[in-house]
Design a protein around this ligand. Sequence first.
Ligand SMILES: [Zn+2]
Length: 117
Amino acid sequence: MRSYTCPVCGFNGLDEPPYDEYNIGSNNICPCCNFEFGYSEDHDVTLGYIVTPYHLIEAAFQLYRKQWIEDGMKIQTPENIPEDLRNGDSLKPEVLLKQLKSLNLDLNNFDIDGFNE
Ligand SMILES: [Zn+2]
């Protein structure tokens, strides 16, 4: 079965594409970062919109990603994440970096409190 990558945390293990061809969220929840596609971009980050326009969705991802990392990269459903990717219920920092690189994020400015490579 094909798996899809979470655009927020880079976890490659989603059953469905997070957004369809009309940019409608699947309402699935990433088992790693707990982002709900089609919900979290409007409700779990503060961009000032009632419904975040799709062209700003990357900003919503960035905000959510930062919050999630600063909160300790807590995995919502650890039983759905392979054990070698996590320390208990937190994603391993080196795994996070790998996942973020897979999203082609520029990590040169990656400077988040409490995070050491
Ligand atoms: Zn995720």
